[in-house]
Design a protein around this ligand. Structure first.
Ligand code: KIV
Ligand code: ZN
Length: 498
């Protein structure tokens, strides 16, 4: 087996064949530059016969002076090959179907005619001075003896590499291994594999092909491609390096940036649990796991996320433990006391139990409001009850029951909305204790969605000019506002009583 496995990237060709994806020549250039930075050996830019845009992409990419080999795709057909020659790539990837399903049902061509075309166009490409890679399309459903003849014909005609495509993704790793071994017995030129992911086996089949002696893998960034996609570059490269001890020319630290660029320009989103590049690939939520990775990352990670240009993420949620939340808060510069931390964890878990996906921003909002709140024993005023009525045809009304220094007081107010009514009702109860006026009121829906945690920031002033600000963070906007108001009032009263 060769030491360095070549990475043939077909994101711009097979990847672009993914339903709904269409890249402009400028976008192809942007991706090609990043692929070159990543270190792929070959960039298959497109199918020149297909459109003017494809040809323009070749022009832009060729002029960019990249290190990678620039490859053009062509069927074994005069127009296709001439179009490929015209864009002046480094190599031409000639393909022709070899399975009976394709030859009889799709092309209406005999096996002999297929062999004749393969020889003719591989020679033609070589006579024009290009590197030639030949693919017998639908190789894995082709009669083995005929597949060998086709590969042999291509080699005889001067092909530099043979690529074995599993066009409809029907291989298993064991069958791929055996097939590549068979092909190795008949051709001397380097063998490549090109696997589709119809059964989720593209990466496994690619690796099996390499174990059997293939020295090049066709891959796409994020695994995008026809139907269920192709073997994912990031998975093949990392598995080769860390599980198989094989070298590639890839600079793995560029993997995440490349994935993000392809995600943005193609518009194809990734499943969160996608290996290597998915949002959750290095995220930990469960208390046990979080504690483990904080003490020793190897405990619950196969490798350091920095290797692929990523960082570890500690996610809060109902499975989160004190340890993880504390670390996350400390990383954001917040240092809660032990009892504040307990309250933050309690509120995070309560939200998780209600089915909310608690984000880091939610936790920070909750933490800020808990940390900045006056201590329980220092609170002169406590909220005992709050009832709000709102809707169409009714005036928003709020009634509150407050406990002020051990005595209960009740009041009700109307307002332009439930928040206004509630804040006014609180102010009314306290009018004899302190004349409080609202100086500033800000609501920040810190996460998207209707179940977002609303963070309310409030500034109040008393009759003597004391000003304090406070915050509240709840999934209910009225409760967040009331919490902020109660915190502000207690801070003001504490100042007055000093
Ligand atoms: O999947 C396939 O067979 C292809 C060929 C063009 C190689 O993409
Ligand atoms: Zn393909």
């Amino acid at each position: 087996m060769s030491e360095v496995i070549r990475i043939f990237d077909t994101t711009l060709r097979d990847g672009e064949q993914a339903p709904g994806v269409s890249l402009t020549p400028e976008q192809k250039l942007e991706i090609a530059i990043q692929l070159d930075r990543l270190g792929v050996d070959v960039i298959e830019v497109g199918f020149p016969v297909a459109s003017e845009g494809e040809r323009k992409a070749f022009e832009l990419i060729r002029d960019a002076g990249l290190k990678a080999e620039i490859c053009a795709l062509a069927r074994a057909d005069q127009r296709d090959v001439d179009a490929a020659i015209e864009v002046e790539p480094d190599s031409i990837h000639v393909f022709y179907s070899t399975s009976d399903i394709h030859l009889k049902n799709v092309l209406g061509v005999s096996r002999n005619e297929a062999l004749e075309r393969i020889s003719r166009y591989v020679s033609y490409v070589k006579d024009h001075g290009f590197i030639c890679e030949f693919s017998p399309m639908d190789a894995t459903r082709t009669d083995l003896e005929f597949l060998k003849q086709a590969c042999w014909a291509a080699e005889e005609a001067g092909a530099d590499r043979i690529n074995i495509p599993d066009t409809v993704g029907v291989m298993t790793p064991r069958r791929m291994y055996d097939l590549i071994k068979e092909i190795r017995n008949v051709v001397r030129i380097p063998i490549s594999v090109h696997c589709h992911n119809d059964f989720g086996l593209a990466v496994a089949n690619t690796l099996a092909g390499i174990e059997a002696g293939a020295v090049q893998a066709h891959v796409t960034v994020n695994g995008i491609g026809e139907r269920a996609g192709n073997a994912a570059l990031e998975e093949v490269v990392m598995a080769l390096s860390l599980l198989y001890g094989k070298k590639t020319n890839i600079d793995a630290r560029q993997i995440y940036a490349t994935s993000q660029l392809v995600r943005r320009l193609t518009g194809i989103q990734l499943q969160p649990h996608k290996p290597i590049v998915g949002d959750n690939a290095f995220a930990h939520e469960s208390g046990i796991h979080v504690k483990g990775v904080i003490v020793d990352p190897c405990a619950f990670e196969p490798f350091n996320p920095e290797l692929v240009g990523r960082v570890r993420k500690i996610v809060a949620g109902k499975h989160a433990g004190k340890h993880g939340i504390k670390t996350m808060l400390e990383e954001s510069g917040l240092k809660p006391t032990e009892s504040q931390l307990e309250e933050i964890v309690r509120r995070v878990k309560e939200l998780g139990d209600k089915g909310k996906a608690v984000t880091d921003t939610d936790v920070l909002a909750i933490a800020r409001s808990v940390i900045e709140a006056p201590m329980e024993e220092m609170k002169a005023v406590k909220l005992e009850e709050l009832v709000v009525v709102t809707g169409t045809g009714v005036i928003p009304t709020s009634s509150v029951k407050l406990n002020v220094l051990g005595k209960e007081y009740v009041s009700a107010e109307t307002g332009v909305g439930p928040v206004d009514a509630s804040l006014k009702a609180i102010q009314r109860v306290l009018q004899n204790l302190a004349k409080i006026s609202l100086r500033e009121f800000r609501i920040e829906a810190v996460t998207g969605g209707s179940d977002a945690i609303a963070e309310v920031i409030i500034k109040v002033e008393d009759e003597t000019g004391n000003i304090v600000s406070a915050r509240g963070a709840r999934e209910d906007i009225v409760m967040a506002s009331v919490e902020a108001m109660m915190n502000a009032i207690n801070k003001l009263l504490a100042k007055k009583m000093r």
